[in-house]
Design a binder for this molecule. Structure first.
Ligand code: SF4
Length: 161
């Protein structure tokens, strides 16, 4: 136990300093959700690069949870959808149903260039379109993939913390 406490004292803080609120995010159409936001992530056809950055955003260094943001396992427990990838044919109905399962009021965030405009997969035969072609999008996080700071900044815009 003493060794563990000493290690904690020697290591110190590992989390990045908080990014500026709304940094790199268009906040105009983003409603704050009262200090706490539950997020359901949907991979609609991503290459998984965006998922690596989401994992970083919720890891110990960027620690999105300190701003009242939590990933949840069910859309019925969520306030917001975080959608990655272009929407593939196999995921079109699933994304629509997941959106419908989120209680009102709800927010949809298109994360990554593929979610915003199909990115590198534009024109691929298995791609139906961008996230905004299937469900209404309230906020976007640009980048391929977006950096964890930008993801955290957007989620902070939702939680208002
Ligand atoms: S935006 Fe880039 S990293 Fe994210 S799913 Fe598309 S190709 Fe992959």
């Amino acid at each position: 136990m003493k060794r563990l406490l000493r290690k904690i004292r020697e290591t110190g803080r590992v989390a990045e300093p908080p990014p500026q609120r709304h940094e790199g995010v268009p906040p105009a159409n983003v409603r704050e959700l009262g200090g706490s936001v539950q997020v359901r992530h949907v991979d609609a056809g991503s290459c998984n690069g965006c998922e690596v950055e989401i994992a970083s955003a919720f890891g110990p260094v960027y620690d999105a949870e300190r701003y009242g943001v939590r990933l949840v396992a069910s859309p019925r427990h969520a306030d917001a959808l975080l959608v990655t990838g272009p929407v593939t044919r196999n995921m079109q109905v699933a994304l629509r149903r997941t959106y419908e399962a989120v209680p009102e009021p709800k927010v949809v965030v298109a994360l990554g260039d593929c979610a915003r405009n199909c990115g590198a997969f534009a024109g691929a035969y298995g791609v139906v379109g961008a996230v905004g072609d299937v469900v209404p999008v309230d906020a976007e996080v640009p980048g391929c993939p977006p950096e964890p700071e930008a993801i955290v900044a957007t989620l902070r815009a939702l939680s208002g913390r």
